[in-house]
Design a binder for this molecule. Structure first.
Ligand code: GLN
Length: 552
């Protein structure tokens, strides 16, 4: 094998122009040539993980199988390269400092003065090497959060510079930049990108490739200009106009010769892709895109959640894996999903607003925390249960469904979750005993029930039919659980426990009898859905929604 290769992806000009998708796409195109690829994220914030941030602040918290609460980009990597990525591939400034300080306390620096440079970048490099070794990757792609020129990510850039200095032939840099087209001019401007490259140069880095993100296609004149002023060959400037779809990006990269160009730059010979080509190869994505682009059928799903609004803007990023999972499942039936964000607080203000739910083919309630909007969500669940509208509840969505059935079917009027009413007489949802201590001690970071747990399915349920398996494994993130003391009462009310943890007997899945699809999961199935292998429960939910549409 040749020496391991490293590709750093950095952002220029502004954030949110598709650095994560570019990183995932680079990983995929290399993987499609038969290389083993792993992808890492280095986030500049001090938070040790993303778990302590509000989703409207940061976007979704993506949970890895080994229970890390990471950035949503990790979800994109998993979906693109169809590989589970673990904790070792994610770092934050907080995490890096934590290790260095702990090492200092353990006398591991042997009496040296421990300094920001070189010790912090050295720890970053150690983490990169560890992730590479664990996955035995031919290529490790590292996305550095933020944009060049920011104070926050400078130590990650310094680590990249040091690694390049140690292995000049094995490290490449990709700048994902943005070229604005001011409406008053109608002309695409290259200057901000030129500045971004200068900022990289100041950090001792020179991009090998520039991904020219823009509303439109980069033209030859501006390509030439970028090449000349940013010191890269013309074919290293990769035009990247707004793509109709994220899964189109790797195909565009491939078409523009980016894959061959990277291989050449890193002195890698193209491998022959064997018969057992990776399932996530580009051809499969091409077929999927064909379906996405040609289907005329749509399925309307209402999503009742509270992390949508920031100021004047609606932000769906908080639920990105849920949205993706719904899309994957809908596409697999050749439907386009039409997702509508619904505000539970409006149902609390006026119960007539609940009637809007009737227009949907299916309704989903994703995970959540705290009391805002909870009564509205419970009202929505009652409505879809009574009107036989397919319902899918994820985590909080399952807990609230159990409360709804307890209140309105089993007539336990004050049934509640201890999360909201710790003294409730009828705690249908209780705090997990291990979590009680965490909450009391204010140990909130990384202490929820996190990561993958097994779940044994009950034969004959809709759930077990959907999975077609006896035991499954799914990812969790919660502190509260269904209270087994209410199991019999709820079963008598028509709610069936369809999956439990084999070791602890915790209820992981519930479903309603006599309803087309009313399923709640204590775990987050959305984290396991992939574009080319949609999640079975999302498929079940969409199939039931299609049924409802057809019958109407
Ligand atoms: N708030 C609930 C709990 O902590 C549900 C969490 C979630 O939906 N992820 O148990």
């Amino acid at each position: 094998m040749t020496t391991p290769k490293f590709i750093f992806v950095v952002g220029g000009v502004m954030s949110s122009v598709g650095k994560g998708v570019s990183t995932s796409s680079i990983a995929l195109i290399l993987q499609s040539r038969g290389y083993t690829v792993t992808v890492m994220k280095a986030d500049p914030y001090i938070n040790v993980d993303a778990g302590t941030m509000n989703p409207t602040e940061h976007g979704e918290v993506f949970v890895t199988e080994d229970g890390d609460e990471t950035d949503q980009d990790i979800g994109n990597y998993e979906r693109f390269i169809n590989t589970n990525i673990t904790s070792i591939n994610y770092m934050t400034t907080g995490r890096v400092y934590q290790t260095v300080i702990q090492k200092e306390r353990n006398l591991e620096y042997q009496g040296k003065c421990v300094e920001v440079v070189p010790h912090i970048p050295e720890e970053i490099i150690r983490r990169i090497s560890a992730a590479q070794q664990k996955s035995k990757a031919d290529v490790t792609v590292i996305e550095i959060g933020g944009t060049v020129g920011e104070y926050q990510n400078i130590l990650f850039l310094e680590a990249a510079r040091m690694l390049k200095n140690q292995h000049p032939n094995d490290v490449a840099f990709v700048l994902v930049s943005y070229l604005p087209v001011p409406s008053t001019l109608g002309e695409m401007k290259t200057k901000p990108t030129q500045h971004a490259v200068r900022l990289m140069n100041e950090a001792g880095l020179q991009p090998d490739f520039i991904i020219a993100r823009a509303e439109r296609m980069l033209d030859d004149v501006r390509c030439e200009k970028l090449a000349q002023f940013c010191s890269v060959p013309k074919d290293a400037v990769i035009p990247a106009p707004d793509a109709p779809h994220i899964y189109d990006v790797p195909l565009q990269f491939e078409k523009r010769g980016f894959t061959d160009n990277i291989l050449k730059r890193l002195n890698m010979r193209a491998k022959k892709v064997g018969k057992k080509a990776h399932t996530n190869d580009l051809l499969a994505f091409k077929k999927l895109l064909h379906t996405i682009n040609t289907t005329k059928k749509t399925i309307r799903i209402g999503v009742v959640g509270k992390y949508f609004h920031t100021g004047q803007f609606v932000l769906a990023d908080s639920y990105i894996s849920v949205i993706e999972a719904l899309k994957h499942a809908a596409w697999s039936f050749a439907y386009k999903p039409e997702l509508v964000w619904l505000d539970p607080e409006s149902y609390e203000k006026d119960s007539k607003n609940l009637r809007e739910l009737a227009q949907f083919d299916g309704v989903l309630i994703p995970g959540g925390f705290g009391s805002r909007g909870v009564e509205g969500k419970i009202a929505a669940i009652q409505y879809v249960r009574e009107h036989k509208i397919p319902y899918f509840g994820l985590c909080y969505g399952m807990q609230l469904a159990a409360i709804e059935v307890a209140r309105h079917v089993a007539s336990i009027r004050d049934a509640h979750t201890q999360e909201i009413d710790p003294k409730t007489k009828h705690p249908v949802i209780i705090v997990n005993p291990f979590q009680k201590e965490n909450i009391m001690q204010k140990r909130f970071g990384g202490t929820m029930r996190l990561g993958s747990y097994d779940c044994a399915l009950v034969k004959g349920t809709k759930t077990s039919k959907a999975y077609g398996k006896a035991v499954i494994s799914e990812r969790h993130r919660h502190r509260y659980e269904f209270n087994n003391a209410y199991r019999t009462i709820l079963e008598e009310a028509g709610m069936r426990v369809s999956g439990t943890n084999p070791e602890t007997d915790l209820v992981e899945i519930m479903e309603l009898n006599n309803h087309p699809w009313f399923v709640g999961t204590q775990f987050h199935p959305e984290f396991l859905s992939r574009p080319l292998s949609p999640h079975p429960l999302f498929k079940g939910f969409i199939a039931a929604s299609i049924d409802r549409q057809k019958k109407r």
